[in-house]
Design a protein around this ligand. Sequence first.
Ligand code: COA
Length: 392
Amino acid sequence: MAGVALRLRATWRCVHLRSIPSLKFHSSASPMMGATVEQFEQAKNRLSTLKKDPGNEAKLKIYALFKQATRGPCDTPKPGMLDFVNKVKWDAWKSLGSVSQDEARQQYCDLIGSLVEAEGGSSAQVAAKPAGSGTTYETLLVSTEDDITTIKLNRPAKKNAITTEMYNDIIAALDQAAKDDSVITVFTGAGDFYCSGNDLSNFTKIPEGGVEEMAQQGGDLLRKYVKAYIDFPKPLVAVVNGPAVGISVTLLGLFDLVYATDRASFHTPFTQLGQSAEGCSSYTFPKIMGPAKASEMLLFNKKLSAVQACELGLVTEVFPDSSFQSEVWSRLKEYAKLPPQSLSLSKQLVRSMEKDRLHAVNDAEVKRLTERWTSDECFNAVMSFFQAKAKL
Ligand code: COA
């Protein structure tokens, strides 16, 4: 792997710079997503001004977004097993799935913006459409347009698995969205996955205080994270752009609308991992789909297709993948023109009777999970996941 890292370092700047003369763009960006051609050009120029090596994960993301922005979805054959460097780059590009060129351009600009900013420069010239306060996050894209604040998980190479840092960033982004002028808030994922749930490597970072301290800290963070959804005052919409796992599924019971591509699936493999349900799903799922179907998911790890999830009431509507983004966004833009106060107050009316109960459910689930995280069952399951990966 060290060799791969070294060679990536040597090639990451020139890979995309070489292809610049042949670029073809639309003359303007789409209204919902996508930086303008000028912003994209600025971002490319600013990339070469970075003083520090941004690290392999960021470099691969830059490479993949550049290819997606300029060529579209990955269309080259998979490199052979021993062609390590090209295989890693191919995987990164491929993981962006059907992300549009406009959207890739925006993500590229946002990423370069956050890297420049991390070095103490201004991201203003390259971040396409940052949210009101201009806050940027390393693995989250937050933007506000057409009265919609969008929080997008941006870790496609890891299927948008949520790290500890991302939990904190999402809490901050939700807090910001609750206070900004937008009318509705959308949660979605970059690449071909919506989210693969909790990043299992969170369990491998054991603090000095040992596993108990890790579990305690994890529990406190989880309680705060779920609370941010329970208390969110505006309409919250999940745009489920691909498969969803774990906490990204359980939280759906706290969303006001859930739109899914027909490529999406919904999986909560908690007992398989020696864990137990969270996100208030032990209460919302039986209420939404009845106890028998909820138990199939939460106890027996049954994975639902988008259509099944819609039939059970977890999903509002399913769209064909080919028209998913355009249909959903044009509908959301119409919804965002509704009177904001009326929308927000109506949402609060629908949810208010449940709030105290949801907080109590959250507390109970966190307590149980905190115990589970110190169990042998959980430890063995997490080790098995990483061992299986290591063997591939
Ligand atoms: N935690 C940590 N890493 C994860 C992850 C997670 N939840 N989900 C995906 N990844 C990583 C993989 O380890 C892999 O990393 P690598 O490229 O360094 O090997 C990368 O993301 C891509 O995933 P991969 O497994 O190769 O893709 P896939 O399409 O074959 O499978 C999943 C995708 C999500 C089905 C599979 O990764 C998975 O089962 N992940 C665990 C999901 C989970 O149990 N979440 C917690 C629920 S409580």
